[in-house]
Design a protein around this ligand. Sequence first.
Ligand code: SAM
Length: 203
Amino acid sequence: MARRTLHDRYYKQAKAEGYVARSAYKLLEINQKKRLIRKGDRVLDLGCAPGAWVQVALEIVGPGGSVVGLDLQRVRHGFGENAVTIEGDAEQIEASRLTGAGVAEPRLFDCVLSDMAPSTGGGAGGSGDHFLSVRLCEAVLGLTPGVLKPGGNVAMKVFEGEAYKGLLDRTAGMFEKVKGFKPSASRDASREIYIVAHGFRKS
Ligand SMILES: C[S@@+](CC[C@H](N)C(=O)[O-])C[C@H]1O[C@@H](n2cnc3c(N)ncnc32)[C@H](O)[C@@H]1O
């Protein structure tokens, strides 16, 4: 099992193409199908370590855009001058630390990503993981008014379970369009799904 997952197609492709993790292909597919991030955008990536989504987001935004990453763990990889990574907890951090990162004047983001996952159950999506991942998504929604531009977009990972529908409904109350999406790079055994929300309605 470990051998199969460690050496699957996306793992090999990530190594060959210079991405620090196979998760790169999830964001590439989400963005291709759902058009979340555009050239020139300022992107916030919550739970960014080891940094594959930072790499992908930087490619999409190009030299006119920027990426701020946050993780509980220190990110070792360097991404160049358009990306800043911060060590911290998304459930605790002040929005102003994120909007002020890497810029002279605080700036809201065009897009907020969260690939955050609880570290307890190996990410396979048991019910403990489910409730913890819903809590992480609540932290994303809690930060949203302080970090996201009106009209901005969000994609956040959750492990499906009984609280999923309520989370989807709460997200729908804040955005114009909300849908669940499972990229093909998500492992079959995983119950992870991404809630993709377009058009933040700032109240
Ligand atoms: C699946 S990994 C993210 C992979 C990343 N998207 C990439 O492509 O490299 C999930 C990350 O979420 C982080 N995380 C979990 N809870 C967090 C929290 N409360 N605040 C910040 N990061 C958190 C973990 O430390 C872990 O690095």
